[in-house]
Design a protein around this ligand. Sequence first.
Ligand code: SAM
Length: 265
Amino acid sequence: MERREWTNANVAQSYANVFAKAADMVVPHLVEAAGAGEGTIALDLCCGHGNVTAGLVKVGAQVTGLDFSPAMLDMARAAVPEARLVQGDAMALDFADASFDAVTIGFGLPHVPDPPRVVFEVRRVLRPGGRLAFSVWCGPEVDTALGYVFGAIARLGVPDIALPPGPGANDYADPAIAFPVLQAAGFADFSQTVIASSWQVSDPGAPYDYFRDGTARGGALLRSQPPENAAAIRADVVATVLEKHGKGPEWRVPIPAVVTAAVAI
Ligand SMILES: C[S@@+](CC[C@H](N)C(=O)[O-])C[C@H]1O[C@@H](n2cnc3c(N)ncnc32)[C@H](O)[C@@H]1O
């Protein structure tokens, strides 16, 4: 499902053009948490259209970006010609042991079927002392567009439209899940920082549109709803944005993220 959705050029372009406005706000924090600077040999996993890759290049790192979506890689190659961009699977890296100083994963870990396997692969390709930094969206326990949309789907969507089994979208925002996986793979010095990322929108239904058009999970759940359920879900998102963030005519809708950092031992 993830591969099918992210390989769809419409989904990839919509993610890059609108949804990723919030992901872009997280990029400097990921670059800093990865300790990247002049001459750092960096790997950007699940690089997508290259926003984190570009952030790493900007501080002088030598960057390899990896993604399994050709549509994403086409955009990344156009945006960041300085980087080496390769097609591959984050769960089975075709790189030598200890060949990188830093690895970033911007909003990629929840999309792989087996996140601990990615963390083990990252540890293998990092040199001792190298740093991993990854971001995931905060869960629905805080005010977040993600909670507004997925809450509305749970209440108003057709119950048998469901996702295939996989990790929870926000599992790795939880230190009780993330830190033991990092420790088991050979990392230490874990830390987490919450980033107040958000979207500035002039339509209170925009978060619904962004998830429907530019994400794998949201898209798979929303695009197949019958019209009456889709309309009810969108109306519910509009009502939540108005209730929580005022009458408009512009809204800053929060979609906060967590950046987790760790050092390879
Ligand atoms: C939400 S986008 C994140 C893009 C970018 N890193 C950012 O921070 O905005 C997730 C990306 O992960 C990629 N992806 C998902 N599973 C993957 C896997 N197993 N191997 C490589 N890339 C994967 C998708 O193609 C997509 O480009």
